[in-house]
Design a protein around this ligand. Sequence first.
Ligand code: SF4
Length: 164
Amino acid sequence: MRSFKDGDTIVVEPWRAKAFPVLRDLVVNRSAFDRIIQKGGFISVDTGSAPDANIIPVPKPMAEKAMDAAACIGCGACVAACKNASAMLFVSAKISQLSLLPQGKVEASARVQKMVAQMDAEGFGNCTNTGACSAECPKEISQENIARMNREFMIAKLTSNIEV
Ligand code: SF4
């Protein structure tokens, strides 16, 4: 992922993401991501079969944004790059890929609250909009997803009484 010339100075920073415990050199435990997904990164309502999905009209811009968000591979590079060890790029991509589509809107309010609560419980930091995450993301996940997640979260908190 990187190339260096002879004589370049390489600064190796200490690993700062406590939510990704170091197992050994260059190996960290990313199961915190799995636990966040288990809280809501899925659709549990009956959305019918494939033909049913095909007859629900989805505006092309929305479908493309959802597909862009779905490109996230959960690598964790965003967390590693962030000075706050924030996982908001990952979590917002997983939330956006579902909430942008009609099938995912039904559970959107509960999903964003539960996934954000788990993200916080795991000890990830907050986002301060430095953009290191999206700059390092191999899938070019946009920070627009973080803005969408924050908006969904605030609306959910104001309009629902779900216990998380
Ligand atoms: S760096 Fe990009 S692809 Fe990897 S987990 Fe973060 S958002 Fe997903």
